[in-house]
Design a binder for this molecule. Structure first.
Ligand code: SF4
Ligand code: SF4
Length: 215
């Protein structure tokens, strides 16, 4: 899931300067789960914008605004309201925002309402955790299914730095050192020999951007 955080109202208002009538596009998937672009979040920001003298002409919540067809469908359904607006505010991740830009087909300014933070998993307590950085060449098989690239602040691939202290990370003392976790996990699985294997250098060309994949 893509984790987003709504921008401060002050920043959004700066973007909307000189524009009175605003149409809002949210997201029915990740941004709804993150409470940044679902119906309740849109209603909340609508109220705040109205207090600041804006008119919210309407809103729509494509199931997944990162999917072009979803944006086109919702835009078609809301064509009149969007045409009567001065601008559009998108409460979605960077993918959704760019997809709205590419599929809108109206000459309207589009504004960014959220910051996109990371690709995250949600734990049982509802906390979003970054566990994968989409490096293009997964090493989890060799690391006890714990990602050193994302979970070690230095993205070390061959073992702990000298800074770990009693199993805690030198960068964030509240957190366990990822490489100690990896060691313990491999030990539990009787796979400590994996740590001794010589591995080829990571192919960083696999993270060359922008990626494109046809399925
Ligand atoms: S190694 Fe880590 S960052 Fe790379 S794909 Fe696997 S989980 Fe994601
Ligand atoms: S202490 Fe462990 S988790 Fe922290 S930066 Fe060093 S190797 Fe990475």
């Amino acid at each position: 899931m893509i984790i987003t955080k709504q921008k401060e109202l002050k920043e959004i208002l700066k973007y909307l300067e000189g524009e009175k009538k605003i149409f809002i596009i949210g997201c029915g998937e990740c941004s709804t789960t993150c409470k940044t672009g679902g119906e309740a979040d849109i209603k909340k920001i609508k109220e705040l914008l109205e207090k600041e003298g804006k008119i919210v002409t309407g809103y729509c919540i494509p199931n997944a605004p990162c999917i072009a067809a979803q944006v086109k469908l919702e835009v078609a359904k809301n064509r009149v309201k969007i045409e009567s607006s001065d601008a559009i505010l998108v409460l979605a991740c960077g993918l959704g925002i760019q997809s709205v830009k590419e599929n809108l087909r109206f000459e309207k300014p589009i504004h960014v309402g959220c910051d996109t933070l990371f690709m995250g998993a949600v734990d049982a307590g509802g906390i979003f955790l970054e566990k994968c950085s989409a490096c293009g060449e997964c090493v989890l098989e060799l690391t006890g299914l714990i990602c050193p690239i994302t979970r070690c602040p230095k993205s070390l691939l061959i073992g702990p730095c000298g800074g770990q202290n009693k199993g805690k990370c030198e960068v964030d003392k509240e957190k366990d050192c990822t490489w100690i976790l990896i060691y313990n996990e491999l030990k539990k699985q009787n796979k400590l020999h994996l740590l001794k294997e010589l591995k080829p250098p990571k192919d960083h060309s696999k993270v060359t951007k922008p990626h494109q994949l046809k399925v």
